[in-house]
Design a protein around this ligand. Structure first.
Ligand SMILES: [Zn+2]
Length: 336
């Protein structure tokens, strides 16, 4: 397990290996390593010579199969390889190869049937690992529920979810829940090989150490403050802001903007930016009449987040997200 904050929870679960639940639902905030955790757990459950703490040895035949993604007693259902043939808000673009899948379909769940009915290759456990149980569509969830209701003796289901409210209550009630906690500031900064004071503003924006690392790996931090300063400078016109936004993945600048909007709203009540802590000087909210406009804009930005995985977001759409801000920003500078 490479994520240090998950080692203790992992060994804690593996200590109860003999009474391991047949269906385990691992849940917690997005970006804390739940999927990595579920993989490490699966590998350890199948390992032929686990370590004293119960973790996988990394050397036996089972561990070899597992690390090559070829273990005959494991099926992983993931958004990355599920067929995208079902309903949904992006159905009209389903043929587009660049589209990221947003749900796990019934076809993927049906593929489990032969796996569930054949005995384990090594006479031990078989594991069904569902990496995003909250992405099962309704039909898929119902098909899975049938399997959870009458599970073969040697099968363990490990479900992973960030948003429990997206799961059928009947699925949740069939599983033993296991909540993974957020890493502490110390654990997070050690993982990021930074001091706590360097890590703190990044964790405030991105939420978790893995999300911070993803942004840093893509070298996106170099854009964040320049983008926000461009956005907040009343001299800039729509075209200048849009031009910069087009250089940055939509997922990122939209999230930064959404959080900036939150900072403006909460600043009215708390005086401190919650997310972009470096932007304190640009917080100028004096006029309470702006709060309503900010709330409307916040709603629009939140809605727009549904589009972040779409391969073709038109420039006009991007501009339509920024236009409300221009008038808010002008009012802010008029009243300042
Ligand atoms: Zn092993």
């Amino acid at each position: 397990m490479t994520l240090p904050w998950l080692i203790e929870p992992l060994t804690q679960l593996l200590r109860k290996k003999d009474t391991f639940p047949q269906s385990l639902l691992i849940h917690g905030t997005s970006g804390i390593g739940k999927v990595e955790f579920a993989h490490a757990l699966t590998q350890a459950l199948l390992c032929h010579s686990p370590t004293a703490s119960g973790e996988a040895c990394q050397h036996c035949q089972s561990c070899d199969w597992f690390s090559q993604g070829q273990h005959p007693d494991v099926v992983v259902l993931s958004l990355n390889d599920t067929p995208s043939d079902e309903e949904g808000s992006f159905a009209e673009t389903d043929k587009n190869k660049d589209k990221k899948t947003t749900t796990i379909t019934i076809d993927a769940v049906r593929q489990l049937t032969p796996f569930l009915t054949v005995g384990a290759q090594r006479g031990g456990y078989k594991v069904v690992l569902i990496e995003q149980a909250d992405a099962l569509n309704l039909n898929a969830a119902n098909a899975l529920l049938k399997a959870l209701e009458e599970p073969p003796k040697d099968v363990i289901f490990i479900l992973v979810a960030s948003e429990l409210k997206k799961l059928l209550p009947t699925i949740i009630s069939r599983c033993q829940k296991y909540s993974l906690k957020m890493p502490s500031a110390k654990e997070a900064s050690e993982y990021l090989t930074m001091t706590e004071s360097q890590a703190q503003p990044l964790l405030a924006v991105y939420g978790t150490p893995l999300s911070v690392k993803r942004a840093l790996d893509q070298d996106l931090e170099k854009y964040r403050l320049p983008f926000l300063r461009c956005l907040t400078d009343p001299k800039n016109r729509l075209s200048e802001i849009t031009e910069l936004a087009l250089k940055i993945p939509l997922e990122y600048w939209l999230d930064w903007t959404h959080k900036w909007c939150h900072d403006l709203i909460t600043h009215y009540f708390t005086n401190e930016p919650y997310f972009h802590t470096e932007m304190k000087e640009q917080l100028n909210l004096q006029d309470s009449s702006i709060v309503f406009d900010l709330l409307m804009w916040e709603k629009q930005l939140k809605q727009a987040k549904k589009w972040v995985n779409h391969p073709l977001v038109p420039k006009l759409y991007i501009e339509s997200l920024l236009i409300p801000w221009l008038s808010i920003n002008q009012t802010l500078h008029r009243t300042h």
